[in-house]
Design a protein around this ligand. Structure first.
Ligand code: ATP
Ligand code: MG
Length: 715
């Protein structure tokens, strides 16, 4: 009899699926069927052991991977099971916090801050501290905040009234951080990093809560375990302590989030923590052709911090891996476009079989130009994220204002579309809000007769909000959005702008809400909806079905597979990134090499890597092919496009002597000449960042210039 759950599994996978009890880890390379084993195991536990699917927690890293897992599980056991606990860590934490956050006296409808909300907090903090981007950029502060939140030390300050511990090495960032935390707390707002820490905190402090969740989670499975952080690992480990069933799968060679706290050690040393651990190794690759696999195996061998393992495959030989070198950006991307057309024709492939990967988002611009020129349809995953698009945020902000009455949404929407509420109005309102310790919206409601606040626009806005609030009580969320568009003047505004795309996007939003209502068999709670979408950071789900070439970063592609893969911008300073080259640490370069490995191993049938010559305006250097290209021996791929001996030699020299890029040539006080801004004076030398601060005399502006910028000369 055919058995969809257990057929098509190899003996190791079968072992993984059937070993349901205890502490188990699967360590295996890319494309070896780890996720397949994990999803089959989930199905097996439900279908063969009769366990309710809501008693199995199954976590992974990205939304996209979680969706892929749900799809695979549903294909095995059908649509009728609750797969809500197949989710990301963040998704689980939100679900947990919705039930338990009252333990720390936060409201159930707490706010989740996105990047834009974080910046709006920082804007306030900067004003209060009287600092600006000359002292610190938002990017620097956000990095500092994220770093400070990589452990849970900061929680004591916001949740337990402990003293704030400033970072002595960076007192200004520390000061900003402290104020940021205060504002977060005042607004009951959590950023992404908080979700996990708050969850673990509540579990640690409340034995009854811990017990309840431990009892509920009979089986726990983690995919991509190599990228779990310390607190993420702590979470699943503590939840597993009653039933003692924890199943981890991962590939240490695919750790690509060390910069964000990934601790592959937990997977690697799992057997020391739990001596009864059963370890399952798999090394047969089902995804890629031997040609592609050879390149992957070959490149990852150059990492020194790893456990050696080579993948083998029985797949057909396939075509050779190709490297294309263009004379410039255009040549590179036009070649990609023409090759795509060739694949479509000769392989009878669809556009959606083809994926273009890159190390960093800005590379997509060139690629997009070529695709547009050649009439090739494409969709970007994780570019401007759907839920961060302006028009979508407008609508969501109004929704949020209705249910959560938060200041972020108020600031965004009170004068959008314009209601003549200017700076003075806001200053007065903020002053009163601080004085009365109320939110901006409540302050306005209570003080609408104040001389400076009594404006026609303010009355209009208050009426709008109360009217919408009324509607929200008895309308579905999709209907409410239609009403919002109409009454708020946003529809008219977008129509006037002539921006059809915006209206299209909103239609897409409404249809996604309809879908959710259908899945839910009834109305969707607005604050739950808002918390849910706050987590959709890395994909635009609706483009999935369309026949378009996919563009995405390597980080987003993890765990996925595609028949044809192009890796574009395979350039030194892009992959490996300039930042990791600058760090001069082996560890940083090894993480970049793992990214390269992840990129290669996404491909099933063909893999291409492309780069081009030219000038890189960020580094001020000529472009050279990535050092990783020269780590692959030439017999493993064929080259198209001309790569001169000189370039090959120069690239090798450069990547072997990265130090030469960071040598200090000038001192404070030196006069220098810049090719664009002419004469300047060195004001500062920052050895941490490898950059000078130079005041340019003609423009009167100060600029940070890299030590490595070659075109700076002494006057
Ligand atoms: P990654 O490390 O990239 O996440 P993975 O180890 O999770 O990869 P899967 O995505 O589970 O690998 O599997 C890779 C491909 O191989 C999938 O298309 C899957 O259907 C197929 N596959 C897995 N196991 C088998 C098998 N036993 N027989 C045939 N095909 C298989
Ligand atoms: Mg996988």
């Amino acid at each position: 009899m055919k058995n969809p759950i257990l057929d098509n599994l190899n003996p190791n996978q079968l072992q993984a699926v059937k070993s349901t009890e205890g502490y188990i880890r699967v360590i295996a390379g890319a494309g070896s069927g780890k996720t397949k084993a994990l999803t089959s195991r989930f199905a097996y536990i439900v279908d063969r052991l009769g366990i309710n699917s809501s008693n199995i927690l199954c976590v992974t890293f990205t939304n996209k991977a979680a969706q892929e897992m749900k799809k695979r599980v549903k294909a095995l056991i059908g649509d009728t099971f609750d797969v809500g606990f197949i989710t990301t860590y963040h998704g689980f934490c939100v679900r947990f916090l919705r039930e338990e956050i009252n333990k720390i006296h936060y409201p159930k409808n707490f706010i989740i801050l996105d990047a834009e909300d974080q910046k709006s907090i920082l804007r306030e903090v900067f004003t209060e501290l009287n600092i600006n981007s000359k002292h610190l950029t938002f990017k620097q502060v956000l990095r500092f905040i994220s770093k400070s939140k990589s452990t849970s030390d900061y929680l004591g300050y916001i949740l337990e009234n402990k003293n704030f511990k400033p970072d002595e090495t960076d007192t200004l960032s520390s000061q900003v951080f402290q104020k940021y935390l205060e504002k977060q707390k005042r607004n009951y707002a959590l950023d992404f990093d908080d979700l996990i820490h708050f969850t673990v905190f509540i579990l640690n402090q409340n034995a009854d809560v811990l017990l309840k969740w431990q009892e509920n989670m009979h089986y726990i499975q983690v995919d991509e375990a190599q990228d779990s952080s310390e607190s993420q690992f702590q979470l699943v480990e503590m939840l597993s302590r009653i039933h003692n069933n924890l199943f981890l799968v991962g590939d240490p060679d695919q750790t690509i989030y060390e910069w964000r706290g990934a601790k592959p050690e937990y997977l690697v040393d799992f057997d020391q923590m739990f001596p009864d651990t059963q370890t399952i190794i798999m090394n047969q690759n089902y995804r890629s052709t031997p040609n592609i696999l050879k390149v992957g195996n070959h490149i990852i061998k150059n990492n020194t911090v790893r456990v050696a393992k080579d993948m083998v495959t029985d797949n057909k030989e396939g075509v050779e891996v190709v490297h294309f070198h263009g004379k410039n950006d255009f040549e590179e991307t036009l070649w990609v476009a023409s090759e795509i057309k060739e694949i479509i024709k000769s392989e009878n492939a669809a556009y959606s079989d083809i994926t273009i990967l890159y190390r960093s988002n800005h590379i997509s611009r060139n690629i997009e130009q070529a695709l547009i020129k050649e009439n090739i349809p494409y969709a970007i995953f994780g570019g401007i994220r759907f839920f961060e698009r302006k028009e979508i945020k407008d609508v969501l902000s109004l929704l949020r204002l209705i249910v959560q009455r938060d200041n972020f949404s108020f600031l965004r929407m009170h004068n959008h579309p314009s209601r003549g509420l200017g700076k003075k109005f806001l200053e007065r309102l903020s002053f009163l809000a601080a004085e009365q310790n109320l939110s901006l919206l409540t302050t306005l409601e209570k003080n609408k007769d104040d001389k400076e606040l009594a404006k026609k626009g303010a009355v209009e806005f208050l009426n709008l909000i109360s009217e919408l609030k009324e509607f929200s009580l008895n309308k579905s969320i999709s209907d409410l959005v239609k009403i919002i568009l109409d009454k708020s003047g946003l529809s008219e505004l977008y129509r006037k702008d002539g921006d059809e795309d915006r209206l299209e996007n909103i239609k897409e939003l409404v249809s996604s809400m309809l879908l959710m209502e259908k899945e839910n068999n009834g109305p969707v709670n607005i604050s739950e909806y808002l918390q849910e979408v706050a987590l959709y950071t890395d994909l635009d789900a609706d483009t999935e079905q369309q026949d378009k070439v996919k563009l995405m970063t390597i980080h987003i592609s993890k765990g996925l597979e595609f028949p044809y893969v192009f890796l574009c911008g395979f350039t030194e300073g892009v992959l490996p990134s300039a930042l990791s080259i600058k760090e001069r640490r082996k560890r940083a370069i090894e993480e970049e090499r793992r990214l390269m490995y992840v990129a290669i191993t996404r491909a099933e049938k063909r893999f291409y890597m492309t780069d081009s010559e030219g000038f890189n305006f960020t580094t001020g250097l000529n472009k050279y092919p990535s050092r990783f290209l020269f780590e692959i021996s030439e017999e493993f791929y064929i080259r198209k496009g001309k790569l001169s001996k000189e370039i090959i030699e120069n690239s090798k020299i450069k990547s072997q002597n990265p130090q030469s890029e960071n040598t200090l040539l000038f001192n404070v006080g030196d006069l220098v000449m810049h090719p664009v801004w002419n004469k300047g004076k060195v004001l500062g030398v920052n050895e941490d960042k490898n950059q000078y601060t130079i005041a340019f005399l003609e423009t009167g502006k100060e600029k940070p210039i890299d030590f490595s910028f070659r075109f700076l000369t002494r006057v």
